[in-house]
Structures are given as structure tokens and as C-alpha cells.
Design a protein. Structure first.
Lengths: 250, 232
């Protein structure tokens, strides 16, 4: 009897150990993923700072180049030169306008990544994303995952359709709610994945090496801010709408 | 949404017109090749959105946007241009979008749809009649910011100051059937359009701050969730 009792207790203990190991390994995975993200963010932040610094550094040289051209009556060339210069500034300005450093870093990197893949990307912000009542880390997790998922979806869509895909990120405030909408082209997503999107780990539309962690992280950030998340996938277009109440002192 | 179009090239103007007229809820008020005519139309302030080319003879699209900006007119601007050199000015003028020619139809459609989404608001019509002892107060419903019940009287906070009444919140709630008014708390009805921020008051309630008024109201957590789930 005692023998069986010991076996049952030992079995119970083993089962408990197995469960806690499972939960620890899940937590560890999340932490490792976060650490990886932070490393990426730091690199992005540094890269954006490097771009802004180099633009600043080149500024006087551009002015003197244009000055020289103007003095020599090369008006058409100055115009062309200025056009190209402004195009570059436009790109940087879009991402850094009013944003805190890390947020600007992620926005700028994602913009460049999308442009490099020839995705038509538009940022339409009424106010800086940094004004969200979230910590920098939370904003970066939210935006980074939203945009990288959208870019991946656009890339796949482009491969399939052989034409340009689109991605828009819109941010505005209405009636004490911050509203963030991310819309992008997407290939049809199977219902089995859609049903669990943003809810759990392990479901992903991507290939090997992806664990479907991104959408869960997005949902966690929205939950912490007592926000609301909704998504629609229709006609090869995926829209995520996130509402976060403007709660002061959070 | 009412839209005005201006481009000095007929072919570009026709393209704009063809795209814009295909979007639901859009009404084209004017479509012109002349920036001066667009200027005359802008002054009437009948449009919500101006879509303009930048490089036009006599008066540029940039100048039109500048007029709208300096007079603080309630008109959004989208630039459609072949020249990126004006982008810097566009940043300063806070234009809604800056589209480079040649552009695909979708690019403009999405830009307008984003604007529609942002500005979508059901304008509240109608008046509220308040029966006082020997007079009747008539209020524009859209001017009501919030209503508070305290003790035996009710205070209606409006854009032009507070008004006291003895009608109960239940009675007023019956009069204010519009979606924009919500019973945020046992003692409050709020107009969601004026809400600015929330701040935590207790575990399950928040203080609501409004645009243009010092006074504050209360909202329960449940109603904040309701607002998020059902609006916008």
C-alpha cells in the first residue's frame, strides 16, 4: 500500500515538475524573444541616429554645392539637386517627427525595409506615436511587431501577384481614445489561423523558425493598456485596429 | 465629404475627378484648371478637402494650402504633384498627404478613405427643450458637453456655460437618444465628442476631462470598455 502511495506521490511530483518546466520554458522563450527584439531595436536606433547625424553632417556641403551651382547660373541642376536632397530628408522626417528616439528608430527602419522591398508604405500620424500612454518598450513591441508582420505579408503578396503591395499605418485621437490602424495587402489567411490570431502562441502563417509570437505580444501590450484590438481580413487586405484609452498618470 | 479639385493640366484633373467621383460619400463641389477660381471657392469654405497640384501658374497649390493654414480653415489638403521639391513646405503646413505623380488609383483612394475614417462624425442635430418654472430654455444638442446630477438638481454644461434644471438624468437620457451621448455613470451623461482624457479615480472608475472646460465627469470602467468596443 505504502509502495503504491509513494509511486502516486512521486508520479504527482514528476507531473508537477514537468508542468513547471513547461511554463518556465515558455517564459524563457518569451524573454529570449524580447531580448532579441531589444538587440534589434538598439541596432535600429543607432542606425537612425547615424542617418540623422550624417544628414546634419552633409548639410553645409550641400548648401555650398548649391551655392556654387547658383553662382554659375546652373539653375536647372540646382533644382534637380534639391529635389533629390529633399526626397531623402522627407523619408527621415516622416519617422522622426515629434517621436522619441527608440520609436523613431523602429519607424525609420521599417520604412526603409518596406521601401527596399518596393512596398508602398504610408505613415499617417495626427500626433506622434510616442504620445501613447505606454512605455517606450511597449510602443516598440507594438509597432515593431505590427509593421514587421505587415511587411512580411506584403512581401509574400508581391511574390504571388508580381505587383506592388501597400502598407499604411494611421494614428489619431478621438474622444479620449488613441486609434491605431495598420492596413496591408495579404494573401488569404486560413480560418484555422485567423481564429486564434492575437490570442495564442504557436499559430503562424510563416514558415519554419517562426512561432507566431508577434501577434500575442501585440495583444499583451494592448491588454496592459486596457485597450481593444480588432482585425478584419477581407479581399486580400488585412486591417488591425487598436484603440487605447488616453489614461493620464499611467 | 465635400471635395474641391484643382490642377492646371486637364489630363491630370480628369484623372483626379474620375478617381474621386468613384468613392462613396464624396461629393465634388468644384473641379477647376484655375488656381484663382479654386481660391475663390476656398474662401466660401464649402469644402472639407482640397486636392491640389502644386505647380500652377499665378497661384501655386502651396499658396492655397498656406491660405487655408493661416486662416485656420477647416479644410484638409492633399497635394498631388510631379515635383518632390515642395515636400519640405508640406511638412510645415501639415497637409494630410503628399502624392507623387504618376500615382496608382489606389494610392489616392486610400488616402481619402483614411481621411474619411478620421473625420467621420455624425453631426448631432436637433435641440433640447428645458422646461423651467416660467420659461423654456432651448439648447442645441451638439453644444452639450456633459450633464451632472447632484442632489436634487441637474447641471447641463454647455459650450456657453452651465444651465441648471430639475429634470432627472433619466428624463434627459430619454431626450438625448443620439449615439454620441452615453450614460457614463450613475450621476453623469457625457457627449463623447468633447472627451479629452481619462484619469484613474478608483479601481473601476475614471475621471473624464473635456476639451474647452475645466469641470470633470466620471465614467465607469465598464463604459470605457463599451466606448472602445462600439465606437470608431
Amino acid at each position: 500500500m505504502l509502495y503504491w502511495g509513494t509511486i502516486v506521490v512521486l508520479g504527482g511530483l514528476c507531473f508537477y515538475a514537468f508542468l513547471s518546466r513547461l511554463s518556465i520554458s515558455k517564459k524563457l522563450n518569451t524573454l529570449l524573444e524580447e531580448a532579441k527584439h531589444f538587440d534589434e531595436q538598439r541596432a535600429q536606433f543607432n542606425e537612425t541616429f547615424r542617418v540623422v547625424r550624417s544628414e546634419r553632417h552633409e548639410f553645409l556641403k550641400h548648401v555650398s554645392a548649391m551655392h556654387f551651382m547658383l553662382e554659375n547660373g546652373k539653375n536647372e541642376e540646382v533644382k534637380h539637386y534639391l529635389d533629390e536632397l529633399v526626397e531623402g530628408y522627407k523619408e527621415t522626417n516622416l519617422s522622426i517627427k515629434g517621436e522619441r528616439g527608440v520609436v523613431a528608430g523602429i519607424l525609420h527602419q521599417m520604412y526603409r525595409k518596406a521601401r527596399a522591398l518596393d512596398i508602398a508604405i504610408v505613415y499617417d500620424f495626427d500626433l506622434p506615436l510616442s504620445s501613447l500612454p505606454l512605455s517606450d518598450q511597449q510602443i516598440v513591441t507594438l509597432i515593431g511587431n505590427l509593421l514587421s508582420n505587415s511587411i512580411d505579408a506584403c512581401e509574400e503578396w508581391q511574390k504571388e501577384h508580381k505587383s506592388q503591395s501597400f502598407l499604411t499605418l494611421q494614428f489619431y485621437k478621438r474622444s479620449g481614445l488613441y486609434i491605431l490602424t495598420c492596413k496591408n495587402s495579404t494573401l488569404p489567411i486560413p480560418a484555422s489561423i485567423l481564429d486564434h490570431l492575437f490570442e495564442s502562441f504557436g499559430k503562424t502563417t510563416k514558415g519554419d523558425g517562426h512561432e507566431g509570437l508577434g501577434t500575442k505580444l501585440i495583444h499583451d501590450v494592448v491588454d496592459v493598456a486596457t485597450g481593444f484590438l480588432d482585425f478584419v481580413c477581407k479581399d486580400e487586405e488585412f486591417t488591425v485596429k487598436i484603440k487605447i484609452p488616453a489614461i493620464k498618470g499611467n | 465629404m465635400k471635395v474641391g479639385l484643382v490642377d492646371d493640366r486637364l489630363i491630370d484633373l480628369d484623372k483626379l475627378k474620375a478617381i474621386v467621383t468613384g468613392i462613396p460619400d464624396i461629393e465634388v463641389i468644384f473641379s477647376t484648371l484655375s488656381a484663382e477660381e479654386a481660391y475663390e471657392q476656398i474662401k466660401k469654405e464649402e469644402i472639407d478637402l482640397l486636392i491640389a497640384d502644386i505647380e500652377m501658374p499665378n497661384l501655386s497649390g502651396y499658396e492655397l494650402a498656406d491660405i487655408i493654414h493661416t486662416h485656420a480653415l477647416n479644410i484638409s489638403v492633399i497635394f498631388v504633384t510631379g515635383n518632390s521639391g515642395y515636400a519640405v513646405h508640406a511638412f510645415e503646413l501639415n497637409v494630410h498627404d503628399y502624392i507623387m505623380k504618376p500615382y496608382p488609383r489606389e494610392r489616392l483612394v486610400q488616402s481619402i478613405e483614411r481621411l474619411l475614417e478620421k473625420t467621420k462624425s455624425a453631426e448631432i442635430h436637433g435641440r433640447l427643450y428645458l422646461k423651467q418654472k416660467n420659461e423654456i430654455h432651448i439648447l442645441q444638442k451638439k453644444d452639450i458637453i456633459f450633464i451632472e446630477r447632484s442632489g436634487r438638481s441637474t447641471t447641463i454644461y454647455t459650450k456657453s456655460g452651465p444651465i441648471k434644471t430639475y429634470q432627472t438624468l433619466g428624463e434627459l437620457e430619454g431626450e438625448l437618444r443620439e449615439r454620441d451621448f452615453i450614460r457614463s455613470h450613475r450621476s453623469f451623461i457625457i457627449n463623447i465628442h468633447y472627451v479629452k482624457n481619462f484619469s484613474l479615480y478608483a479601481k473601476n472608475s475614471y475621471i473624464v476631462t473635456f476639451e474647452g472646460i475645466e469641470e470633470q465627469a466620471m465614467i465607469t470602467k465598464e463604459k470605457v470598455d463599451f466606448l472602445q468596443q462600439n465606437y470608431f
